[in-house]
Design a protein around this ligand. Structure first.
Ligand code: CA
Ligand code: CA
Ligand code: CA
Ligand code: CA
Length: 310
């Protein structure tokens, strides 16, 4: 099918060269595919996501991007809905695109794809950004009560809000965009929702830190990464005793890092912790406060499921 599709594109005159001899001309790409005639591919093949021909999408001003609004849903749900179309939650990184989105919103409050879920205070777009435009208003983003997800207000200004709010989402369909595979944990049952985040509470079989990490990884999640006191409480309250979190200094003694690459600096160390220089205490458990302890201890744990791979 691939060869047929490519020949159809070639006949449409999109820059493909059909080589009668099967030999690349000097300077041409040498990759050749099967087919009635040998087709020489250009150096870059730009994939077209399914949303490009989805009639629910309308054209916008940004290099051919197309847009649609989702039904009202939480932030992660909006990411899932856009991803299912082959699109992503909107990246409004230029003024013209922001202005277009405001008109498109027609007064609706809308999620846009901008959050500081991975590292508190560091907002990132959910897909590649080429601009530096921002429309946060006044004192926003203010993380009031642990706000990590961004929506556009009816006046067009941006505000960070709790990711569990239910807003319409703005999906953007972009030439060349390849939606990342959705983590398996996004569609698994049994998740508990806290502040718009999905956690799987593993309390039936206490495991070593490494085995707990492997279990979370196996479902496309990660050991809980706690970025503030609210998230600490949400996870800690689920367990009557100790539970592992995704923080360790196994790589460099005394330098603790999160398993998902987050550089969140939030810590809630208890008395005497962390124990600098103690290579027998490299994994962190929570129980009201945090302690670095022996990684081979067996503990309960929560797996945190992000909407996109890190
Ligand atoms: Ca935040
Ligand atoms: Ca806010
Ligand atoms: Ca987290
Ligand atoms: Ca240590």
């Amino acid at each position: 099918m691939r060869g047929v599709a490519l020949l159809a594109i070639a006949s449409a005159g999109c820059g493909f060269h059909v080589a009668a001899s099967g030999e690349p001309r000097p300077g041409e790409d040498a990759r050749v595919v099967d087919g009635p005639s040998d087709v020489t591919l250009p150096d870059t093949f730009v994939p077209q996501p399914a949303c490009m021909t989805n009639p629910a999408y309308s054209n916008g001003p940004n290099n051919g991007s197309r847009y649609r609004k989702t039904t009202a849903i939480d932030y992660d749900g909006a990411i899932d809905a856009c991803g299912a179309d082959g699109a992503h939650l909107a990246v409004l990184d230029t003024a013209p695109e922001h202005t277009f989105a405001m008109q498109f919103a027609a007064g609706d409050q809308m999620w846009i794809g901008y959050d500081d879920l991975t590292t508190e205070g560091v907002f990132k777009w959910v897909a590649t950004s080429n601009g530096t435009f921002s429309a946060f208003s006044g004192s926003e983003p203010n993380d009031a009560g642990g706000e990590d997800c961004t929506y556009m207000r009816s006046d067009g200004s941006w505000n960070d809000a709790s990711c569990e709010h239910s807003f319409i989402g703005l999906c953007e369909c972009e030439t060349g965009y390849v939606a990342p595979p959705r983590p398996a944990c996004r569609t698994m049952s049994g998740a508990t929702l806290e502040e718009g985040r999905r956690y799987f509470i593993r309390e039936t079989t206490p495991l070593s830190w490494a085995a707990a990490k492997a279990d979370c990884d196996s479902i496309g999640a990660h050991l809980a990464v706690l970025s503030d006191l609210i998230e600490h409480g949400n996870v800690d309250n689920r367990f009557s005793g100790d539970s592992w979190i995704g923080l360790t200094d196994q790589a460099v003694e005394g330098t603790f890092g999160w398993v998902n690459g987050s550089t969140d600096a939030y810590r809630k160390w208890g008395s005497g912790a962390p124990h600098a220089g103690n290579v027998n205490r490299n994994c962190v458990r929570i129980n009201v406060d945090w302690q670095d302890v022996d990684c081979t201890q067996l503990k309960q744990y929560a797996c945190e499921c992000d909407p996109l791979p890190p």
